[in-house]
Ligand binder design. Sequence first.
Ligand code: IPM
Ligand code: MN
Length: 352
Amino acid sequence: MNLHIALLAGDGIGPEVTDQAVKVVNAVAKKFNHSITWTPALTGASAIDEVGEPYPDSTHEICMAADAVLFGAIGHPRYDNDPKATVRPEQGLLKMRQKLGLFANVRPTFTFPSLIDNSPLKRERIEGTDLVILRELTGGIYFGERGRKDDGNTAFDTCKYTRAEIQRLAKLGFEMALGRSKKLCCVDKANVLESSRLWRETVQAMEKDYPEVTVSYEFVDAVAMRLVQWPSSYDVIITENLFGDILTDEASVISGSMGLMPSSSIGVHTSLFEPIHGSYPQAAGKDIANPLATVLSAAMMFEDGFGLKDEAALIREVVNKSLAEGVVTEDLAGKNKAYKTSEVGDWLATHI
Ligand code: IPM
Ligand code: MN
């Protein structure tokens, strides 16, 4: 296949980790006779520095014309403690999600047999965990009306959802559950929030179209607790934007390192694949960050973006091999030798 990939490396460790994914993708392409064209584009703080905005139109055009977007991370500490900054890197991410229509964020959580003891949770709690959180990504409080009143002394953010927005996300959830263990959990706060009651009502009405799927409805506060108590009891979780943001960070610690978990964002236009971790500015440029979440995002890109399962399986196999052989970055090395980010990437590409 001829595949065009937009490469949005972004900020912090973004360029280092995407470099490793590029090596791996190119090795896979060579082995399976695909031709890959990479088109780099600016995003995040680095785009603000160069052109004054975090998701410039030129980047959007590159994304729209590509078969997939591979994304690193965005964010820079100089904006974090400046509540008055008018342009922020994160705005680029939100604009990109909105303009590409990426309404569903797919964040899997699974364990690696060789890393079970790296998790802060006990082995018997997490063994067998294999769940997916499907987070709504272009609605809710992230995009609702917000502002200040009373001379700046009152602030508000609004969580708004339409039935259609809930339906399109829930449809993906039902379909995903059908291909897995046929369990779907709708997470909301329907005991308090009207938008949550619309979620529950909408998902309940869809149940009859998927008779094989068992649906449960749970409150987000209870899920926050049960997710670390019995993560293996969940399969597919669907939830709104902010609850999903929080629960996916929580779920990421189950696997033992935030540097391991991939994600995809899908919707109306080009799909996007990215590690769930952020830009980790403390590590930027040091060649120490774990590239596996990005490499595994590239595996998702082959499988879900291009329908190329064997290519994805090979990437996962080689990643498992690197973990088993201890070719890992410092976050996973413990007392053993820590490999550099670039060394892990080279090892993976060679073993592909
Ligand atoms: C994420 C991030 C973003 C979000 C931030 C950087 C805007 O935390 O992708 O989960 O809140 O969605
Ligand atoms: Mn987040």
